[in-house]
Design a protein around this ligand. Sequence first.
Ligand SMILES: NC(=O)c1ccc[n+]([C@@H]2O[C@H](COP(=O)([O-])OP(=O)(O)OC[C@H]3O[C@@H](n4cnc5c(N)ncnc54)[C@H](O)[C@@H]3O)[C@@H](O)[C@H]2O)c1
Length: 259
Amino acid sequence: MQLQDNVAIVTGASSGIGKAIALRFVKEGGKVAIADINMEGAKAAVAEIEAMGGEAMAVEMDVTDEDAVMSGTDAVAERFGRIDTMVSNAGIQIVHPVEDFPYGEFRKMVDIHLGGAFLLTKACVKHMYPAKSGSLIYMGSVHSHRASALKSAYVAAKHGILGLSRVMAKEGAKHGVRSNVICPGFVKTPLVEKQIPEQAKDLGISEDEVVSRIMLGETVDTEFTTIEDVADVAVFLAGFKTNALTGQSVTVSHGWHMA
Ligand SMILES: NC(=O)c1ccc[n+]([C@@H]2O[C@H](COP(=O)([O-])OP(=O)(O)OC[C@H]3O[C@@H](n4cnc5c(N)ncnc54)[C@H](O)[C@@H]3O)[C@@H](O)[C@H]2O)c1
């Protein structure tokens, strides 16, 4: 039990990586808030956690809505007494070549990934600073370090998250708050499943080639990273005992990006 009584808020936890992190935190003794726009999925995740004997709450939250992020985060602190860990994870993917990228879709991507991370940070530090402790965890990507064609909005937003996290390492230090980024390679979740046919169409190649060349071509073993791999890193970052580990990004990508 590495996270006994640790209270975490995880955005985008109705599905994929966020849900795996939430379930894993509970297995490690934590209590979690499942914050998502998809309330059906959030309630299902809470039911799954309660069936395991764990404690969780569903919070309806669009991470781009400041009022919803502030009030949702306050509700978590009220229910569980504090917030120890933030996992800013909610995200979507939209891919186009720049010349065809509608500006509204570009802004939506940046608003969700980067704006959402900023708002959740603002909401969480309000509770962490007075407690003089906390762990901010951001879901970056290999695309926080590397670029891929068609992903201008995603790559720009994920690079921005690194910057935000590093600022928070500096601002949070005197309040006992650490800040780090997890950078996964490709993980087979609904977000990635959707991209395979889209990229095949945009790049004029087969779906198998998208997987073997575009997604896994630079890994050391052509393996997908799994939701469990990412959850392991999140547990490590949430449970780290001192402020020595801050301002870092941890890449979990089968060697696609080595840093
Ligand atoms: N899957 C991958 O290969 C991969 C790789 C690197 C990074 N990531 C990042 O991991 C995170 C989770 O992705 P996933 O693959 O688990 O995707 P997913 O589609 O399985 O889950 C994303 C979740 O975010 C929620 N969400 C979307 N917009 C939201 C909003 N405005 N407010 C609140 N919730 C919202 C969705 O409802 C969903 O539950 C994303 O930030 C993504 O960029 C994913």
